[in-house]
Design a protein around this ligand. Structure first.
Ligand code: MN
Length: 738
């Protein structure tokens, strides 16, 4: 069939086209009748004729693509349907050649024509190159929800495009990767096509982070021998006991987890490749008859757990209660030899095939087993039905659609839309202000409020999946310190901090001018000792802070002038500072803290430790100790200064105190481990909690630990500052809650 025409294909190319076609024929031989085969042949000839001698970007004959799609459809998706197969062969004909749908209908009938038309429609849905828009989702899903075969052919098409993505322009690549991530992976997941889903994830990772991908791939190769030996030793006793005690045919496979999932684990746990222990899973497939398959799975489970200690928190029983996708199996993680955790999956052959081919395999069972009604394809039908209804209803909103599509893939991320429908992905917990900075730093800077789905909200509104967000701005609005307490993204945090730093600098400069002018007035120089007393009297940490407050008009200038005047008047008599502080109850008669005392507690807004400057606040439950610089105690002081008590530390506190540090820096691999190494191993500090939250290569975190005193903490800070990429280490101070 390749002889006719004036093709420019070489002999080798002709050979490979015929081979590809023969592979499709062989793969479908057990479900095609003789007439079916004739139709398939006709479709192949037609496609070949239409595509002619066009070539793909990779240089190979175009026809190899539809042939590959057809083969994926049969062998990897498990769809055994002649019309779908023909549609797969013809899927690009209308889009890429002169052929129209009517011609296809004439030659191949209504069903094929309808499938090809739907596939062409999807291809024609245009989305911008760098983002996937809500409208694209809608159109693609609407078309696919019409007939599940459209979705399956499209998945096969997309998988082959990804496998051969190398030849494409970078912009086109980016678009395909984004679409795959947001549309096709969730669909593959929902259809239970896990192998396709994880291959797509790996391909995305491969194209986006080629070096990281290659590194993990190489590590896997380097450790393959050792791993095989380990697995062999692990499964041997299991094999022996299944043979003796259960006696059904069975197979034990081991499967290395996907590269992208290994990478995700490294990221999530902040560890290197060596420290990801569950790199592979062992799978036991029992060839049990349907009536005893569940019992056999549980008996195998008890064999495995009697040989190896299970981690009971990691038992997943999807046999008693299958996943919504219909997935059935037992998963358990056990402690294997050499103290390594190993995940074991136990399932029957029927469950296995359903898992491998998803819901598609189940149709096969239904056809062959007297049309027994199945719960899976009812569930799938219901799901498709819901999507159809959603899309067709006049109140259709992308909110419902997204939650339908991404039920469990979006735990760490939130998907929201701009007013024009462009999709933005933010870390879960991100607020309207994060969104504003995501749009543009100027929008963030002048944001005053937002409208979410048409409803006005504050900037600290926590975004929900598929919110449509519009930011309201005002030229006069400016970033505030308080905003730092609710933004989640590194970008927003950095921009706000940058701005505040700039502002602070300007305020200090302004404060300096005011101060100097006033001092000149009183005949005092800036290095006069009285200034130090003033700072102390105002309980401020530094001259800079005093200037800042002057510059921002948050301190009463009259009070300062009173102080200095009084101070000068009383020169020579009782030091005025003492008088004033006694009046405020601050200096003499200070209560000693730092020993065991049930009535004294230490505030967790500022975590005071010996020998910080401290103050106490009287509450119903006793005295609470704060650092003098704590924002909370300063607020309390301004509300009711009579409840503030002077305090000092006992000279030799005998117990450790809880301190907290705030850490920020580059969210790189192994960061958490490095921090733990310094704190617990090198500095031997007792850690109470570590919380690191990272997104977009930047993290922020708080570590709580026990120390005896401040010098100890300072030496720890110094040691931590040696860690690569750790950019900020400060004493923790809780944001003010007003
Ligand atoms: Mn295609």
């Amino acid at each position: 069939m390749l002889q006719n025409g004036n093709t420019t294909f070489t002999e080798t190319e002709k050979e490979s086209i015929l081979n590809a076609y023969r592979r499709v024929l062989r793969a479908s031989s057990d479900f095609l009748s003789k007439t079916d085969r004739a139709r398939l042949r006709k479709a192949f000839r037609f496609a070949l004729q239409q595509h002619g001698d066009t070539r793909r970007r990779t240089g190979e004959p175009y026809i190899l693509h539809p042939l590959a799609v057809a083969l994926i459809l049969i062998k990897e998706i498990g769809l055994r349907d002649l019309n779908a197969l023909i549609a797969a062969l013809l899927h690009d004909v209308v889009e890429d050649t002169e052929t129209d749908v009517e011609t296809i209908q004439k030659h191949f009938g209504d069903t094929v024509a309808r499938l090809v038309e739907a596939l062409t429609k999807i291809t024609r849905v245009q989305s911008p190159l760098d983002s996937v828009q809500a409208e694209t989702f809608r159109k693609i899903l609407l078309t696919m929800a019409d007939d599940i075969r459209v979705a399956l052919i499209k998945l096969a098409d997309r998988l082959h495009n990804l496998r051969t993505l190398t030849g494409m322009k970078p912009e086109k690549q980016a678009k395909i990767l984004a679409e795959t991530e947001f549309i096709y992976i969730p669909i593959a997941h929902r259809l239970g096509l896990y192998a396709i889903k994880s291959e797509m994830e790996d391909l995305i990772f491969h194209f986006r982070e080629p070096e990281k991908y290659a590194e993990i791939e190489k590590r896997l190769q380097d450790t393959a021998k050792e791993r095989e030996k380990y697995i062999q030793a692990f499964i041997e006793p299991i094999e022996k006991r299944i043979r003796e005690e259960i006696g059904v045919p069975f197979k034990i496979e081991s499967r290395v987890k996907s590269i992208s999932s290994i990478y995700q684990k490294m990221q999530r746990q902040g560890v290197d490749f060596e420290h990801v222990y569950d790199i592979f899973a062992v799978r036991i497939i029992l060839d049990s008859p349907p009536e005893s398959e569940k019992t056999d799975c549980w008996r195998t489970y008890s064999i495995v757990t009697s040989l190896y200690t299970p981690n009971l928190n990691r038992l997943r029983d999807w046999i008693s209660k299958p996943k919504p996708t219909g997935y059935e199996a037992l998963h358990i993680t056990v402690m294997g030899p050499m103290g390594r955790w190993v995940e074991v999956q136990i399932r029957s052959r029927r469950m296995h095939e359903a898992a491998e081919y998803g819901l598609v395999a189940h149709w096969k069972y239904k056809d062959h087993q007297n049309g027994r009604a199945s719960t899976y394809d009812e569930a799938l039908e219901r799901w498709l039905g819901r999507i159809r209804t959603l899309l067709e209803s006049p109140e259709y909103s992308s909110i419902d659609l997204l939650s339908e599509l991404h039920p469990d893939l979006t735990q760490d991320e939130v998907y929201v839309f701009t007013p024009k429908g462009a999709l933005k992905v933010l870390p879960a917990g991100a607020t309207a202000l994060d969104f504003a900075y995501e749009i543009h730093s100027e929008v963030g800077r002048h944001a005053i409020a937002a409208k979410v789905n048409g409803r006005p909200v504050l900037l600290n509104y926590v975004l929900q999946n598929a919110d449509q967000v519009q930011i309201l701005t005002s030229e006069r609005a400016e970033p505030t310190e308080e905003q730092l307490s609710f933004v989640r993204t590194a970008r927003a945090r950095l921009k706000i901090r940058e701005y505040l730093k700039q502002q602070r600098k300007q305020a200090i400069e302004k404060g300096r001018q005011i101060f100097e002018w006033r001092l000149k007035h009183l005949g005092i120089r800036q290095d006069d000792p009285v200034i130090q007393e003033l700072i102390w009297y105002l309980r401020l940490p530094s001259l800079e802070e005093l200037l800042y407050r002057l510059g921002t008009h948050t301190i009463d200038l009259a009070r300062i002038q009173d102080f200095i005047r009084l101070k000068r008047v009383s020169q020579g008599t009782t030091p005025i500072v003492d008088q004033l502080s006694q009046h405020l109850g601050l200096l003499s008669g200070a209560k000693e803290v730092g020993h065991e005392d049930d009535n004294i507690s230490y505030a967790t807004c500022c975590y005071p430790i010996p020998f910080d400057a401290i103050m106490g606040y009287v509450t119903g439950e006793g005295l609470v100790v704060h650092r003098t610089t704590c924002r909370e105690i300063q607020r309390l002081l301004s509300l009711d200064s009579t409840k503030v008590r002077p305090l000092r530390w006992v000279s030799t506190p005998q117990k450790p105190f809880l301190a907290a540090l705030i850490l920020e820096g580059e969210d790189r691999q192994g960061m958490l481990l490095d921090i733990v190494r310094v704190v617990s191993l090198q500095k031997r500090k007792n850690v109470r909690s570590i919380r690191l939250e990272g997104k977009a290569s930047y993290f922020q975190g708080v570590i709580e630990l026990y120390v005896y005193n401040e010098p100890e903490l300072i030496s720890l800070i110094k040691a931590l500052s040696e860690i690569r990429g750790l950019l900020r280490i400060d004493r923790y101070q809780a944001p003010l809650n007003i």
